[in-house]
Design a protein around this ligand. Structure first.
Ligand code: CU
Length: 189
């Protein structure tokens, strides 16, 4: 376990150095970066998201995890194809954070990978993600900062089709959450 952890930490450090050396403009911290995108869109659906430390118990062990709106893993985000989404993500941690919308088709500035498509979210800062929903299905979101993801910084997304309301199975998400939680309880993170 220990060598893997050191390896992952080393990798993220190297990644940051490389990204800063060649960083294009959109990677640097600019307040209100996402404001021009979809600013004129009407009917935006707003989600307020807060990322903070919270006590959790996994496999009988007490620890400090990372909760999203007080939940571990984070809350289900249910969207509809054709919606315009605005997500106001506030960082209440003492370290930088991010949310990557895994598998979601969106403008690259909204992808949420620090040092690649945006600067990340500094402690105490809020980042406004805004994008249109162009697909359906089950997905998930997670931190792309450090080792926050296995500490609980992830959650499910369900996107309903525009024209119908179908029953939803969350089994893909369940498998994903369970494996991450077990990895954490095992001492990987
Ligand atoms: Cu991902």
């Amino acid at each position: 376990m220990f060598p893997r952890r050191r390896f992952v930490k080393g990798m993220s450090g190297l990644g940051m150095v490389a990204a800063q050396a060649v960083a294009p403009g959109w990677v640097r911290a600019v307040s209100g970066l996402s404001e021009p995108l979809l600013a004129e869109a009407s009917g935006e659906k707003l989600f307020n998201i807060d990322i903070a430390r919270a006590p959790v118990r996994v496999d009988g062990k007490d620890a400090m995890g990372i909760a999203i709106n007080g939940e571990f893993p984070g809350p289900l985000l249910r969207w509809r194809e054709g919606d315009h989404i605005a997500l106001r993500v506030h960082n209440s941690l003492d370290q930088a954070t991010s949310i990557h919308w895994h598998g979601i088709l969106l403008p690259f500035q909204m992808d949420g990978v620090p040092g690649v498509t945006f600067p990340g979210i500094a402690p105490g800062e809020t980042f406004n993600y805004r994008f249109p929903i162009k697909q359906t299905g089950t997905y998930w979101y997670h931190s792309h900062s450090g080792l926050q993801e296995p500490l609980g910084h992830y959650g499910p997304i369900v996107i309903d089709p525009a024209a119908a309301s179908l029953p939803v199975s969350g089994c893909g998400i369940e498998i994903c959450s369970t494996s991450l939680t077990l990895a954490w309880a095992d001492g990987i993170a």
